[in-house]
Ligand binder design. Sequence first.
Ligand code: BES
Ligand code: MN
Length: 444
Amino acid sequence: MQSHIDAFFEYLRFPSVSTDSKHKRDVESCADWLVARFKRMGLDAQKHATPGHPIVVAKSKPNRDLPTVLIYGHYDVQPVDPVNEWKTPPFEPTLIEGRVFCRGATDNKGQNFAHILGVEALLSNGGLPVNVIFLLEGEEEIGSPNLPSFLKANQSSLRAEICAVSDTGMIGRGIPTMTYGLRGIGCLEFKVHGPSLDLHSGVYGGAVANPAQVIARLVGSLHDSKGRIQIPGFYNKVLPLEKWEREMWAKLPDGDASTLKETGSTGTWGEEGYSSLERRWGRPTAEVNGIGGGYQGEGSKTVIPREAMAKLSFRLVPNQNAEEIITAAAKFLEDQIGNSCRIQVTPGHDGPAYVMDPHSNYGKAAQRALQKTFQAEPYLIREGGSIPIIHSIKKILGIDTLMLGLALPDCQIHAPNENFTIENFEAGIQLNQNLLKELAGLAK
Ligand code: BES
Ligand code: MN
């Protein structure tokens, strides 16, 4: 185990922040490290350049009689800020009370490295029961802009029966969880431009539009008092939750309580008529991810800022079309502007939701592997986060994805002090082996 942890720490030390061009070389070095690791295991590994960050593909020696499992993951990580809220340096992995603290520890290096070590263990214990193709990208956290075209261009060499991904969550410690659906996402950013320069708010206040106030009004118009999104047509294509899902989720540990505990919020909020888990996993949302404009410094400054901005993202459910939603949102915002200022909307990345049948043969095999690993009955859930490439894997490669995540509710992904438990690291290594053995039993 110590050598596994040492290797994990090496992997974690690369500050592979995909969104920040300052880290381009670090992302690249991380890909090189993976390729070297795969080669040492005897896999045929390659780094593929893209217009952005590289894609790493590694294959076991193919055996024509065995089915093939594609294992997808990402080696890029989120930015570390706010950096002063970290208790340990964000790129110096630190083991405290059974948890490794580091950016990327859970999302997603720890989870994909457990798969790598599982395959390594099988290789040194008599060989693999299936063919394995690892597909690790460096751009998941920025919306995988280059992976769909890579899948299209390499369809035949990436041919597999099923895909496995560990990049989702567990309900709690030791509770095996299979995620059978994820929300999609659509992002946009908008700026409101008012006067051509910052103005004295006494001299001009009350006579020209204040962009910061316009932004607040627009953001405030997104929801009604019942938490419903007011963009025309927003709910048109939404597939309602199915009865069996609502019943199954109602039996899970109290979602309102866990939502409050995990978030530290003082009360829940959301669309009327739905539980917290339904709101998080099965209903679409509109969120403000960033908002700014005007004076942010100490004390007061009497100014009308010349511009203000907001960044929005919409979480989408099955059957909603991300581009249509972004277009409808842009129109909704633009229609409210009038002639006292200007608005500029810039669409961002997007991707559809994904659902698979947890009761398919592959789904059942995954549940058996979870049961064996954790010695408990797995829970079936959907989750609110997005991994848009999973839909592309279905569309382009024609295969489903089994989502066997190891992220705990308190692992702090995307936040300061991200961490991964050694317990789940070890479980992940076992889970990979149990999964590949279960999948080997299914007909090719
Ligand atoms: N691993 C997450 C997605 C996730 C988190 C799924 C928790 C289920 C539970 C992934 O790395 C991620 O953060 N994805 C982004 C999407 C992307 C397009 C920026 C997200 O969900 O915001
Ligand atoms: Mn992430």
